[in-house]
Design a protein around this ligand. Structure first.
Ligand SMILES: Cc1cc2nc3c(=O)[nH]c(=O)nc-3n(C[C@H](O)[C@H](O)[C@H](O)COP(=O)(O)OP(=O)(O)OC[C@H]3O[C@@H](n4cnc5c(N)ncnc54)[C@H](O)[C@@H]3O)c2cc1C
Length: 414
């Protein structure tokens, strides 16, 4: 994040996180990539010890009461470790958002505080085998029986399926509802009887988080674990998508920055035709394009973060559009930047001698998860048309500036 635009608190958290990132041993990243680790709990505990988790949440629950600018500044630094470790950092922000905004004080004490303090490990279970993009088409079902809900169904691609203690689960609670957005509820489900990991996926990259398919078989969820009100899941989902997508955006530019820095360093030493390769425009212009993309993404993330902070963090159309733009633009940019990094490095970049090949594998995920970039386009155009067609202060009618503006019979619409 741009130092000049940060206040002292924001700068402090950014540089504290940078120091933390430097302390993580390369062996952890290597073991995760080799899938020798399925959920690095010690890493999450060490983040908690440094008070780096859930920085936006109130201090009474272990947070720092900071804003989105601080969190995205920290996340860019965490992103240097790649999306897997970035995701384990972000889960506290994502799951915590639902509990902080919609949970009651007892739920915050029981779940929000321990996840921020690294005493409980959390995961989010939204996606189902029959469709992730079609969130409201969920088939997981929770039926009220006495003072418990009986949960049945499956969720897949859950990071932390193997390592988490609690899952934030969305399930249908009203199959008759005419509006699907009012048919779903949100629960905190503790790992226990009836919660089973059915499959752990082999991934192209972003490994070591234990991404798996979960089965819920007659799981008894106490009614006090309902977050918010019955059938309020749609609203909670919309709010939770702010951290879901902002963490992807900020993490992506951190990972891309790490990759392009490896390539920039290499291009300043590697020689071809008697000179260092950065003297070739074909190489240095790739650096220029990459840095421009990263600064553009960073600018969008910064202005989105400021906008959310100014608005008090509650979802509205403008925030939803900006968050979706940030996620889409930053993750697409990150993919392009890492690709440039690999090209700059030639053959050695494609080998595991350098981490660029891992970053390329890792970063590919980011335009797919937390809502695909096609779904981001759906949201962006929807919010844009809503804003544009309902403007209170209309802009200049530029159509009248055309030389042939008066030929109204030529303006055919149907
Ligand atoms: C490694 C990994 C980790 C993940 N972690 C989690 C997690 O921790 N928790 C969790 O709940 N989920 C997680 N996910 C799930 C992820 O968010 C979904 O995979 C993603 O939202 C897409 O859903 P899908 O895979 O079902 O694809 P589908 O919804 O089947 O989409 C397939 C394709 O169709 C396109 N498409 C679908 N609908 C439309 C439309 N209306 N307009 C245009 N295009 C459309 C999509 O963009 C995509 O290209 C993870 C996924 C992966 C791979």
């Amino acid at each position: 994040m741009f130092d000049i635009l940060l206040n002292e608190e924001e700068k402090e958290i950014k540089y504290k996180t940078r120091e933390f990132v430097k302390s993580i041993p390369p062996s952890l990243l290597r073991k995760m990539d080799r899938e020798e680790i399925h959920y690095p709990t010690d890493y999450v505990k060490s983040l908690a010890k440094e008070e780096l988790l859930g920085v936006r949440f109130p201090s009474e629950y272990g947070g720092q009461g900071l804003g989105w600018v601080a969190e995205t500044a920290a996340l860019e630094e965490i992103g240097v470790l790649g999306p897997s470790l970035g995701c384990l950092y972000s889960l506290i922000s994502i799951v915590g958002e639902a509990i902080n905004y919609f949970g009651n004080p007892i739920q915050k004490k029981k779940y929000l505080e321990p996840i921020i303090r690294g005493k409980l490990f959390c995961a989010e279970a939204l996606t189902e085998p029959r469709g992730g993009s079609d969130f409201f088409g969920a088939t997981c079902f929770a039926e009220k029986q006495g003072d418990v809900f009986i949960l049945n169904g499956e969720k897949r691609f859950v990071v932390g399926s193997e390592g988490a203690d609690i899952f934030l689960v969305y399930a249908k609670t009203d199959s008759e509802a005419s509006d699907p957005r009012k048919s779903i509820s949100t629960f905190v489900v503790e790992r226990g009887a009836g919660v089973e990991v059915k499959h752990v996926y082999g991934l192209m990259g972003s490994r070591g988080g234990g991404t798996g398919r979960l089965n819920f078989n007659n799981v008894e969820v106490p009614e006090e674990n309902l977050i918010g009100e019955l059938n309020q899941g749609g609203e909670i989902f919309n709010q939770m998508m702010i951290p879901e997508r902002m963490t992807s955006a900020a993490g992506a530019i951190g990972a891309a920055r790490a990759g392009i820095e490896v390539a920039a360093k290499y291009s300043n030493r590697r020689k071809a035709f008697g000179q260092i390769i950065r003297k070739f425009q074909g190489v240095s212009f790739k650096i220029a394009d990459s840095i421009t993309l990263l600064d553009a993404a960073r600018s969008l993330i910064f202005s989105t973060s400021r906008t959310i902070d100014a608005n008090g963090g509650i979802t509205n159309g403008v925030i939803r559009r900006m968050v979706s733009e940030s996620k889409k633009f930053a993750t697409d940019a990150a993919w392009e930047v890492i690709n440039h990094a690999m090209q700059i490095m030639g053959g050695i970049g494609y080998t595991n001698v350098y981490p660029v090949e891992r970053l390329l594998r890792d970063i590919r995920l980011m335009s797919i998860w937390t809502g695909t970039n096609e779904i981001m386009n759906l949201l962006i155009q929807h919010e844009y048309y809503t804003e544009f067609l309902n403007q209170e202060i209309t802009p200049r009618d530029v159509e009248q500036d055309a030389v042939g503006a008066e030929f109204s019979e030529e303006k055919v619409f149907e």
